[in-house]
Every structure is written in structure tokens, then in C-alpha cells.
Write a new protein. Structure first.
Length: 247
């Protein structure tokens, strides 16, 4: 029953050591290719596939470093020569390494295919138009809107507390002013996600200023009407019996 148990067992140390040495050398060499591809393609992440007579090689890189090198022969199973997981079996690795030189040649041909691709690219460009005058006019209009918004904020602060919001509808669009003390925190047109004509983050685009500037007088008129209504309501307050209007 114990026949054969005394037989010597061959170790795999030499095979795995040789396999690990090959993988390490390939990782170093293919890692250079990965870095070159990252520079060529202008990004830290990507992959490229190269065809040889015997199969396909796919190299994936991340942050300029090789993630995997996969070999898929014309027939048979694919082999991950380099991966983030376990190393390949010695036999499939040997089959892949028989085609590794062809892979490097395919990469070199890929790089060579870009020779001269930029030779006829023109680098004389038209002069960009200046936005200086447009921005100055935009800022001038926004400053006037800011001045009237701050004046409204001062009145609201006096009447309705340190902070709050006033809203109305102008030409079918919601306008909202938020005040914080005597200053307008913002003027927003169009509700949530709308355009901030006035805000702490800077002026809006010029087309939006053009779109809404003509409705600012309507916004002010609505506010003035709101104040007039408040004054009319207060004018009817009386301490006399019977609640008659005071003079």
C-alpha cells in the first residue's frame, strides 16, 4: 500500500525561478513601451493592440505604468504575460515569448507610422478678437443693475429684517432678489438653475445680460408697486374704535 511513497519528488523551484525572471524582464521592457505609448497618446490611461503573424498582443497602461500584457495566439488560449494577478504558467509563457520579438517590431512600426504626420500642420493662426470692449460694456450694465438691486435691498432690510428674499414675475419669468443687510446677495432670473444677474461669483455671460437687461425696469416697477401696496395697507391702520382709516 505504500509503494512509491519513498520515491523522490522533483521540485519546481528552478522552473518558477526562471519563469519569474522572464516575467520581471518583460515587465521592465514592456513597461518602457507603456510609458512611450502614454506619451504618444497624450494620456495616463489607455491600451493598444498589436498584430503579429502568430497572434495579437494587447498592452494596457495606467498612470504611465503597465497594467497587463496579454497574448492571444491565432489558435489556443490567451496568456497574460504581465498582469496584476498571478504569473503565467511556464509553457504558455514560453509560447508567448517566442512571439515577443514580433510584438516589439509591431510596436516600432506603430510608432514609425506617425513619422511626418505633423510636418504640414500650420502654426500661423489668426489673431483672436479682443473681448475688452464687450466685457467693459457688460460690467457697466451689471454695475447699474447692482446699484438698483442694492437700493432695493436697503429698503427691504429696513422694512423686512436683516435678510430675506423678494420675488415677482416680469414678462412671464420669475425674478428673485435676496438681500443680506443693505446689500443684494443675488438677483436671479428664471428660478432655480436660472441666470444670476447679480451674485458673489462674478458677472453673468454678456448674452444673458443682453437678454434680461431690458426687463430690469419692469422688475423695479414691480418692486415699487409692492412698496406702494405696503404703504397703502399701513395707511389704513388706526387705533380709533371702529378701525377707521387714519389721516
Amino acid at each position: 500500500m505504500t509503494e512509491g511513497l519513498e520515491a523522490a519528488i522533483d521540485g519546481v523551484g528552478d522552473v518558477t525561478a526562471k519563469r519569474d525572471d522572464v516575467v520581471q524582464r518583460v515587465r521592465s521592457h514592456a513597461g518602457q513601451i507603456a510609458r512611450e505609448l502614454a506619451v504618444l497618446q497624450g494620456g495616463d490611461y489607455g491600451q493598444e493592440t498589436f498584430d503579429t503573424d502568430r497572434g495579437k498582443w494587447t498592452l494596457k497602461y495606467e498612470a504611465g505604468d503597465i497594467q497587463y500584457l496579454r497574448y492571444k495566439p491565432r489558435s489556443g488560449s490567451e496568456t497574460y504575460v504581465i498582469s496584476t494577478k498571478q504569473p503565467p504558467e511556464p509553457e504558455p509563457l514560453a509560447a508567448a515569448m517566442a512571439d515577443y520579438g514580433a510584438f516589439v517590431e509591431a510596436y516600432n512600426e506603430h510608432v514609425a507610422s506617425f513619422d511626418g504626420v505633423l510636418e504640414d500642420v500650420r502654426t500661423e493662426f489668426p489673431e483672436p478678437a479682443s473681448t475688452e470692449a464687450l466685457v467693459a460694456e457688460r460690467d457697466r450694465i451689471v454695475a447699474k443693475i447692482r446699484a438698483v438691486a442694492d437700493a432695493m435691498a436697503g429698503q427691504l432690510h429696513r422694512y423686512d429684517g436683516d435678510y430675506g428674499t423678494y420675488s415677482t414675475t416680469v414678462s412671464g419669468t420669475r425674478w428673485e432678489l435676496k438681500w443680506d443687510g443693505d446689500v443684494a446677495a443675488y438677483v436671479r432670473v428664471g428660478g432655480e438653475g436660472g441666470t444670476y444677474l447679480i451674485s458673489q461669483y462674478g458677472p453673468p455671460p454678456a448674452p444673458e445680460v443682453r437678454r434680461y437687461a431690458e426687463d430690469v425696469p419692469g422688475f423695479v416697477d414691480a418692486f415699487n408697486g409692492y412698496v406702494d401696496d405696503l404703504e397703502a395697507d399701513l395707511s389704513r391702520v388706526s387705533f380709533e374704535r371702529g378701525g377707521s382709516q387714519s389721516d
